[in-house]
Design a protein around this ligand. Structure first.
Ligand SMILES: [Zn+2]
Ligand SMILES: [Zn+2]
Length: 356
């Protein structure tokens, strides 16, 4: 179902019957196109009752779903934030698996290019369809007929309702990725979106990839859980410089500049969380992968100014959960208490965000 239209991102509607429990599962938390040995690429499952909504499907999502005991047959829709490989690499396998084990159209949403990508992946798998299985039943429609891909409008400026069913409502907004001149004109590049979801009486916001963006603040306003991307530009630059011996300092500067415009540092995540007054922050899209970084404090140190910390001793980048207050002393207690969570210890295993 596609129901495009502007809507405010406030006050979830009260359902007449009790909302089914909603749980956000970070299936993959590694950003960047390289596949990591110990951490899967970006993927999230929102599990609402027996329905599963996937938000990004980077490499390894199906294995992660199996580990998290999330049945693939329960996938009700797929939402993609943008067309970088770490966010869409497993779309093909998901389409073919849907065709193999389920009937009916799988809705797939994403920015411009999603129809092209999904339709092409389905069409390219004709040989897989023809191979069949010894236990195959009656002939099925082709995979191309079992998907319902949608391109979201370009440059969405306000939270815009793009999908709803009996369990969830999903809003999208354009975000600020690809801000540094690439090898092709910016105008030709597909766009990136972030999603806001109401489910189970709670609001989840997933940033996808974005630099600092006023639109993200609008989308995240008052959310119960902000699932935010995070990068550590200094660590990325240091890694690159180590690998590219003798690279000029300007390369390092260019890397830091690009990362700062296209992604969120811990300080920017902190600003976003406090400005939007979200209740809880969950970090994902770690670049570089925490497994290859000796000092992980850069992922969390800047999230909240130190004066906001409930206690300095509670900050430890190796801890799974970090408690902090999403407020300043000047707020006079009007802002909400919040928590920051990360999954350094969970590695490639999933991280469930239980009811708060
Ligand atoms: Zn990414
Ligand atoms: Zn990206």
């Amino acid at each position: 179902m596609l129901s495009i239209g502007t809507a405010t991102a406030q006050a979830p509607q009260q359902a007449s019957t009790p909302a089914p429990r909603a749980e956000w599962v970070t299936l993959g938390t590694s950003g960047g196109p390289s596949v990591q040995a110990e951490r899967s690429q970006i993927a999230n499952a929102l599990v609402v009752g027996d329905a599963v909504y996937l938000f990004d499907v980077g490499n390894g999502v199906q294995r992660q779903m199996a580990k998290a005991h999330i049945p693939e047959r329960n996938v009700a829709a797929v939402f993609i934030t943008h067309h970088h490989l770490d966010h869409n690499a497993s779309l093909g396998p998901i389409i073919v698996t849907h065709w193999s084990f389920k009937s009916g159209k799988l809705p797939i949403y994403g920015p411009a290019g999603t129809v092209h990508l999904a339709s092409g992946l389905a069409a390219a798998n004709t040989p897989t369809e023809l191979a069949g299985f010894p236990t195959a039943g009656p002939a099925k429609p082709p995979a191309t007929a079992e998907i319902e891909p949608h391109d979201l409008p370009d440059d969405i400026q306000q939270p815009t309702l793009v999908f709803q069913d009996s369990r969830v409502r999903v809003w999208a907004i354009g975000v600020d990725h690809y801000q540094v001149k690439p090898s092709i004109p910016l105008a030709k590049m597909p766009q990136a979106v972030a999603y806001r979801v109401e489910a189970g009486g709670r609001v989840f916001v997933f940033t996808g990839d974005s630099g600092p963006s006023a639109r993200l603040i609008k989308l995240a306003s008052g959310a119960d859980v902000l699932i935010s991307e995070i990068v550590e530009p200094e660590a990325v630059a240091n890694q690159l410089m180590k690998n590219a011996m003798g690279a000029a300092p300007r390369v390092r500067d260019a890397v830091i500049n690009g990362m700062s415009h296209n992604h969120l540092s811990s300080a920017e995540v902190g600003k976003l969380a406090s400005t939007a007054q979200v209740k809880r922050v969950v970090l994902t899209h770690f670049v570089p992968s925490p497994e290859v970084v000796s000092d992980r404090s850069g992922f969390t140190d800047g999230i909240f100014p130190r004066r906001w910390l409930v206690g300095q001793s509670t900050i430890s980048a190796t801890r799974r959960c970090i408690s902090a207050a999403v407020r300043t002393p000047e707020d006079n207690g009007t802002a909400t208490e919040g928590r920051i969570e990360e999954d350094f210890k969970e590695k490639a295993i999933y991280f469930r965000i239980a009811r708060i």
